[in-house]
Design a protein. Structure first.
Length: 150
């Protein structure tokens, strides 16, 4: 295994802040009340997780698109086609209330991890990519599960 470079690791972990913050404000009513008074209701509980989760799935479509540029021929066409799926999933599947949207985001992030694995297997990602993606996706899924199952 190749170590994850410091910058992608730190930036990836920083990108988890809205998911973790949403979980903490979901579990702690006083923190939620503070967050609502200081930041507004969109920035607490499942609301921040759902909005940010949609943004991140769309962002990851762009990342996969970038990896697809390293492929040729049929593999490139497949890569480009697969790369748009996370953004489309976020667009079509995150309505219908916090539990349904949270569940769909969980499926979206799990599916994204499968796409990451495919792109990695095709040799289009850095060697450390799957270590980073498994770590980040695990934390995202745990955070989203709080809003879905509690």
């Amino acid at each position: 295994m190749t170590a994850i470079p410091r910058a992608p690791l730190l930036l990836g972990l920083a990108g988890l802040i809205p998911f973790v913050w949403g979980t903490l404000t979901y579990l702690n009513p006083s923190l939620q009340a503070w967050g609502i008074s200081q930041l507004g209701p969109r920035f607490v509980g499942p609301y921040i997780q759902l909005f940010y989760g949609s943004v991140i799935l769309s962002f990851m479509s762009g990342v996969l698109w970038g990896f697809a540029t390293k492929a040729n021929g049929r593999q490139a066409a497949v890569g480009y086609s697969l790369s748009v799926l996370p953004a489309l999933w976020a667009f079509f599947m995150t309505g219908g209330g916090p539990v349904g949207a949270g569940t769909n985001l969980m499926f979206g992030f799990a599916g994204l991890l499968l796409l990451d694995a495919a792109f990695s297997r095709w040799g289009l990602t850095p060697e450390w990519w799957m270590q980073l993606r498994v770590l980040l996706t695990s934390i995202v899924l745990i955070c989203l599960a709080v809003g879905v199952f509690l």
